[in-house]
Design a protein around this ligand. Structure first.
Ligand code: ATP
Ligand code: LTN
Length: 343
């Protein structure tokens, strides 16, 4: 962390602090990259940037204990392959910094049941669970842990995809409420959502977002997927029975999703791009080529990192130490603010 401090001055900083997290719940996909990870790699150069593999969040839905550690390490490796540079930013594993779980409790005491109940991600995930399947209480309180993650680092900018906006609003509300009740303690964070690529849709079910835990492997493009398979999936993407290439997410979700992916990959506006195409086939060819070119360097770097497993583990250990140096004094400040006896 550029200028990582042993104690933080939350209100007098030359550069904004960025914080974000990704769950190790499965293989990262194109949506994770275009919505979040790519922003991380850009932000690290002009911000004090902290990124976290949020393994505690992953536990809110059932995880195989034999897989979770491996997935956590692999998710970190994909972050590095995507371009995070540990010499300019901090990358660590959430459960390695116990302050997250501890501040989460104070956030649970700050949030109301009513506001947690309004979270659409909870409603969707809880509704998805088959009748009588176990739904963890932590799935409900999850946004309190997410608020703790952010507030521990005094982050003012939180790069996320569009689906996380509501959680960010809650984190803001909790920071403001806590400050109001107990005195200025936390920086109030804001979401940074990309203008293009904030919500990449499933290629087979373009009205649903591409997701790690989706049951639609043909609709999801993995960041480490081989080029032939990526090309095949994009060629077979669901469109519609018209022929006109037009950017209209409501009426033409499949075609608009392809235009969004191509636009995000090449840095152009999807509606402008649409004017260049007469046929869906041409759009699919260009979209597949752009995605393959975008992912190629990430895949090459991933292969290098995978050949040297101890390197990623060492980066994470160093990251946890740097993160703890920032998080610990903030937690102490929050503990003191609510009146807990000093330890
Ligand atoms: P899960 O299916 O386990 O909920 P996910 O694929 O939704 O996982 P997360 O770990 O919840 O991924 O999200 C990591 C980051 O990627 C978040 O900032 C989230 O907003 C972003 N993101 C996830 N899916 C998409 C998507 N389809 N398009 C754009 N951004 C996305
Ligand atoms: N809830 C997020 C993951 C997440 C996060 C965070 C994102 C956990 N803690 C802090 C930004 C900041 C998700 O499901 N994608």
């Amino acid at each position: 962390m550029a200028g990582c401090r042993a104690s933080v001055d939350l209100y007098d900083r030359p550069v904004a602090r960025v914080f974000s997290g990704i769950q190790p719940t499965g293989d990262l996909h194109l949506g994770n990259y275009l919505g979040a990870l790519r922003q991380f790699t850009r932000d690290q150069h002009d911000h004090d940037a902290v990124f976290c593999i949020v393994d505690l969040h992953a536990l809110t839905v059932p995880q195989d204990p034999h897989e979770l550690g491996r997935r956590t390490l692999d998710t970190a490796r994909v972050h590095l392959a995507a371009g995070l540079d540990p010499s300019v930013c901090t990358l660590f594993v959430q459960s390695h910094v116990h302050e997250h779980a501890e501040l989460s409790w104070l956030m649970e005491c700050t949030a109301s049941v009513g506001e947690l109940r309004r979270m659409t991600q909870f409603k969707e995930k809880a509704d998805k669970a088959p009748e009588q399947e176990f739904v963890a209480a932590a799935l409900f309180t999850y946004p309190a842990l997410m608020a703790a993650d952010i507030l521990l680092y005094g982050a003012d900018r939180v790069p996320v995809g569009a689906d996380q906006r509501q959680h960010l609003e809650l984190a803001r509300d909790l920071a403001v409420r806590f400050n109001h009740r107990f005195g200025d303690t936390f920086v109030v964070p804001a979401a940074a959502v990309p203008t293009v690529g904030a919500r990449i849709m499933d290629l087979q079910r373009p009205t649903e977002k591409m997701s790690k835990s989706s049951v639609s492997p043909q609709g999801t493009v993995g960041l480490l997927e081989d080029p032939a398979s990526i090309t095949r999936k994009i060629r077979r993407a669901v469109t519609d029975t018209e022929v006109e290439v037009r950017y209209d997410p409501e009426a033409k979700p499949g075609v608009s999703n392809l235009l969004t992916i191509l636009g995000a990959a090449v840095g152009e506006d999807p509606a402008q791009l649409a004017r260049r195409y007469q046929q869906y086939g041409e759009l699919k060819v260009d979209c597949a080529e752009a995605v393959v070119a975008l992912l190629e360097p990430i895949q090459a770097r991933y292969a290098e990192l995978a050949a040297e497993p101890s390197r990623t583990a060492a980066i994470l250990a160093e990251g946890a130490a740097k993160a703890r140096a920032v998080a610990a004094p903030v937690l102490e400040q929050a503990r003191a603010a609510v009146g807990l006896l000093p330890r």
